[in-house]
Design a protein around this ligand. Structure first.
Ligand code: BGC
Length: 251
């Protein structure tokens, strides 16, 4: 069994669990630490080290991170502290824990989890967009099973405004929108995605996905619209799975 510590760095918390990367299943309890809205590097690295200690872990770590990530480096900071920009997350975590870390954009991690173990399994020959509706809007595009990383489709502009500032789940909660009203905003966003990419399948994940029956009936799309199956575990499972993939590729 390949075991990896999967970590999901989010807008309001850091979660982690040990994952069996062959089955895509958690094999430990899930631990969550709440963080400030804009978590700073020192704090996040400290919490990841705490996860490692709590799990008594000494293997590899996969990290899903809410920014553009290239070769372990964070390149943007929409919902996290600006201090992250340019930092090598893999290196910071390795230095602090002594363990190998592999970091990937959080929505790309969730996308991998869905494509490998969730709602995307049956769509390896299609164009699939996985969205995470949470603090922001994350996106992952799979073309016949291959990920196009760092797509950042939550930053498309709709009516001149950044999409995730109009239609994320955080906006729904903050503005106390009904599911129906929120669905109107989401519809405009999905229309734009369909116009640009003509996906065969759209998988909706993130915090809102567990309430999909409340807003899916109000949406009309040409693609097959599916709720994520991994729900809020997708980030952890996908990050762990990615760590295994990245490790193998380097070998
Ligand atoms: C970030 C993305 C991230 C998404 C979901 C956006 O604000 O720019 O990198 O995937 O939020 O966390």
């Amino acid at each position: 069994m390949a075991k990896v510590l999967g970590v999901d760095v989010g807008g309001s918390g850091i979660k982690g669990a040990l994952v069996d990367t062959r089955k895509g299943e958690l094999i430990s309890e899930r631990i969550r630490f709440a963080t400030d809205d804009k978590v700073k590097p020192e704090k996040a690295v400290e919490l990841i080290a705490e996860l490692v200690a709590e799990m008594q872990w000494n293997g590899n770590i996969g990290i899903g991170f809410p920014a553009v990530v290239k070769k372990g480096k964070a390149l943007t900071a929409a919902n996290i502290s600006d201090k992250w920009i340019g930092l090598d997350v893999n290196e910071l975590v390795a230095k602090r824990t002594g363990l190998m870390a592999y970091t990937i954009n959080d929505a790309d991690a969730a996308g991998y989890a869905e494509m490998q173990f969730g709602a995307g399994r049956a769509f390896q020959k299609d164009i699939v967009i996985v969205l995470t509706l949470g603090t922001g809007i994350g996106s992952a595009i799979f073309v016949r099973g291959e990920l196009l990383p760092n797509t950042e489709l939550g930053h498309l502009k709709i009516r001149g405004k950044i999409a995730e500032k109009r239609a994320s789940d955080a906006v729904r909660q903050k503005k106390e929108l009904s599911w129906k009203k929120w669905a109107v905003l989401l519809q405009e966003y999905l229309d734009e995605l369909e116009f640009l990419f003509s996906p065969d399948v759209i998988i909706v994940g993130g915090g809102a996905s567990k309430h999909h029956e409340k807003f899916f009936p109000h949406l009309k799309v040409s693609a097959k619209l599916l709720p994520a199956e991994q729900l809020n575990l997708a980030g952890i499972v996908g990050a762990a799975w990615y760590a295994e993939l990245a490790r193998k590729k380097k070998e």
